[in-house]
Write a protein that binds this ligand. Structure first.
Ligand code: TLP
Length: 345
């Protein structure tokens, strides 16, 4: 069999739709979804809501839009949102939090994506005087992208949810990869999502859909998200073509993530003893492997790696991220292990 040009570990966003998805897309019954006429979108949204354990769900074009809309609806402009210092919402969503949403970020540093409980409590503000903005929301990220695909413990989430309820705060989950978290914990995804008022998850990452994310929550909340989705230009017409792939993402692709986790571990173990890099094996829980370079800079490392047919993504000057997914097989992992060895030689 001909070897593919590149083994692409840059992200699970690079996954191509499966053959089954392409067939379902070709056959999808569609209608104008802005007018509420698309039966395939309705089916996807019902399935998503049921799977996540929420009253209602809505299909949106991207994770960034899903998070932005959730925060627009749940947070009141000029109030504060508590979120982890390295969170995707705060760092990698084009500044939407300030550009569109108008919440004041109250970022809290953490070692692994779990903000210290005491720090959260200290930072919840009640508006005692009119010049003090109150806190209205907390957002968590699970799995946590910057922290190497780390999984937040159920005990931690439960504790945060209790704090949110006690303080009347909306709790949002950036669950772009929440099915990876559920797979790692070996629990039904609802064990995670039941603690949140709103959940965003992506169909277009490890779940292989070409486009799309879901926002789920209470019916009233989702109606408001729908309103804002239209304002943002995210009202889509015969989008059942994409929803057809999303249905397969939820029904099938959520069940195979263990394979990606196994391959991430294979890669990490294969390179862990190399000189010139550090890999913390304990932190490899899901489909990410974070590689810290001792001397070489990430740019040079990645250029050389590419010459050996392997792609990954820089996370800082000295840190590189490898992600496993449906289009990475054992051969790709062996190739990755070998290519990294040659680059470090
Ligand atoms: N993350 C992408 C890029 O931003 C780097 C990736 O390759 O990991 N939340 C989390 C936790 C994410 O990791 C991402 C995408 C998003 C939200 C945004 O999703 P999209 O790309 O669909 O807007």
């Amino acid at each position: 069999m001909k070897r593919k040009k590149f083994s692409d570990f840059r992200s699970d966003t690079v996954t191509k739709p499966t053959e089954e998805m392409r067939e379902a897309m070709a056959r999808a019954v569609v209608g104008d979804d802005v007018l509420g006429d698309d039966p395939t979108v309705k089916k996807l949204e019902r399935l998503a809501a049921k799977t996540i354990g929420k009253e209602s769900a809505i299909f949106v074009p991207s994770g960034t839009m899903g998070n932005t809309l959730s925060l627009m609806v749940a947070g009141e402009k000029g109030t504060e949102i508590i979120l982890e210092e390295k969170s995707h919402i705060y760092n990698y969503e084009s500044g939407n939090l300030s550009k569109f949403v108008g919440l004041i970020p109250r970022p809290i540093p953490s070692e692994n994506g779990e903000m210290p409980i005491e720090k959260i409590k200290e930072n919840i503000k009640v508006s005692l005087r009119m010049h003090i903005p109150r806190t209205s929301m907390i957002a968590l990220e699970n799995t946590h992208n910057y922290h190497g695909g780390n999984v937040l413990s159920l005990k931690y989430i439960e504790e945060i949810s209790k704090i949110a309820r006690e303080n009347n705060l909306h709790l949002h989950l950036d669950g772009a990869r929440v099915f990876n978290a559920a797979t790692y914990l070996d629990v039904d995804v609802k064990e995670i999502t039941k603690h949140f008022d709103s959940v965003m998850f992506c169909l277009s990452k490890g779940l292989c859909s070409p486009i799309g994310s879901i926002v789920a929550g209470k019916r009233k909340f989702i109606e408001k998200v729908k309103f804002w989705r239209k304002s943002f230009g995210g009202g889509m017409r015969q989008v059942g073509i994409l929803a057809a792939a999303g249905i397969i993402s939820i029904e099938k692709m959520t069940k195979r993530l263990k394979e990606d986790h196994k391959r991430a571990r294979m890669l990490a173990e294969g390179i862990a003893n190399y000189n010139g890099i550090n890999v913390n094996l304990e932190n490899v829980k899901t489909n990410f492997v974070m590689v810290d370079l001792v001397e070489m800079d990430a740019f040079t490392f990645l250029e050389k790696l590419k010459e050996h047919g392997v792609l990954a993504l820089p996370f800082s000057d000295k840190r590189v991220r490898f992600v496993t997914h449906n289009d990475i097989d054992d051969e790709d992992v062996f190739r990755g292990v070998e290519a990294i060895r040659k680059v470090l030689e």
